[in-house]
Design a protein around this ligand. Sequence first.
Ligand code: HEM
Ligand SMILES: *[C@@H]1O[C@H](CO)[C@@H](O)[C@H](O)[C@H]1NC(C)=O
Ligand SMILES: *[C@@H]1O[C@H](CO)[C@@H](O)[C@H](O)[C@H]1NC(C)=O
Ligand SMILES: *[C@@H]1O[C@H](CO)[C@@H](O)[C@H](O)[C@H]1NC(C)=O
Ligand SMILES: *[C@@H]1O[C@H](CO)[C@@H](O)[C@H](O)[C@H]1NC(C)=O
Length: 330
Amino acid sequence: MAVVGLRCQVILFALLIMASVAYGAKLSKSHYYRTCPKLETVVRNKVNEIVNADLGMAPGLLRLHFHDCFVRGCDGSVLLNSSSNSAEMDAPPNAGSLRGFAEVDSIKAEVEKACPGVVSCADILALAARDAVVKVGGKYWSVPLGRKDGFISSLVEANSSLPSPFMTFAQLVENFAAVGLNAKDMVILSGGHTIGQAHCAVVIPRLYNFSGVPGATDPSLDPTFADMLRTLCPSDEPLTFVGQMDATNGTFDNEYFTDVKSQRGLFSSDAALLTSPLGRRIVRESAAYPGSFLREFGKSMVKMGNIDVLTGSAGEIRRVCSAVNNNGNY
Ligand code: HEM
Ligand SMILES: *[C@@H]1O[C@H](CO)[C@@H](O)[C@H](O)[C@H]1NC(C)=O
Ligand SMILES: *[C@@H]1O[C@H](CO)[C@@H](O)[C@H](O)[C@H]1NC(C)=O
Ligand SMILES: *[C@@H]1O[C@H](CO)[C@@H](O)[C@H](O)[C@H]1NC(C)=O
Ligand SMILES: *[C@@H]1O[C@H](CO)[C@@H](O)[C@H](O)[C@H]1NC(C)=O
């Protein structure tokens, strides 16, 4: 009788483990409590040091996590260098504009010193994005952990999965829906454009020959703002920086929504948020209630951080974030 009971327990236990593996074992806040208790402190200290040295690394680290999650899920694939195949980082939406790669490598090196071989690059990206946002004025959210790193990174996939700044509201909703995020997440997460910079290439089509009409300006742009953008971005200077994406680009606040509301959104995709009733409502609310926007941002970031994660026995813990282990030989 006792033997049968024990065997039942063993079988039940095994079934439970199999079930959790099959269901992709969820991420958890306590994932590294035992194996790397100092993780969050190590990452936060390093991110603070990096952002103190270069404020532009705050937007850089936030955008890296976003571009990681939208292509093959949050699996660190954005960090892999091109090898025999061209990697995500060399895709048009990333090449020449994503920043923070060397900095992520340096965070990983610190983490490896504290707990060798334990923490994934995908988790480091998720923590670094949160810490960067908090460092420049955003509100803290806790980051569920336990992602593993993937083996594949493809230029073609990044080029077709990442949203374009020329998309309409409906196209943006569809692009986010493809990774399980809804229209509200899309509008709220666009608030990430409250920090950082952009290249003139993205706005030039709105300033000089909108819809292919020579001399035409995008009518959804505030005329004074358009004049200012033309001074910053001559038609033949796509590689020049517009500089800021909102009026307070060094601070994570709700200014982005105030700007969008008054037709001073930088990209067509920012202006597009006003073209739907739902978008207009969330833009207005976020502009009116900063605290509410900052809270919602954290919630949507947690959802984004869950996209197609590898957990359990899938994937690996990379030793260096820019390359898979063992030269990819397993
Ligand atoms: C809604 C669809 C989105 C589109 C079409 C879009 C597009 C872009 C583009 C074109 C740039 C400028 C790149 C350059 O010219 O250098 C940019 C920058 C940026 N994006 Fe987005 N983005 C979107 C959503 C997001 C989300 C969800 C986040 C984060 C939550 C985000 C965070 C950023 C940040 C922080 C920058 C500044 C990067 C820097 O200064 O290095 N974006 N985005
Ligand atoms: C990227 O995608 C665009 C259209 O979505 C396409 O025109 C372009 O050729 C692609 N570029 C590469 C390098 O795959
Ligand atoms: C903010 O904009 C200025 C130029 O307008 C730019 O030099 C600076 O790097 C931007 N800040 C960040 C954090 O990207
Ligand atoms: C005007 O638009 C055409 C096609 O849409 C493009 O090829 C051309 O480079 C644009 N000119 C300027 C000055 O942006
Ligand atoms: C990836 O590329 C960067 C920049 O070229 C380089 O510094 C880094 O060492 C490379 N990583 C590996 C593992 O070769």
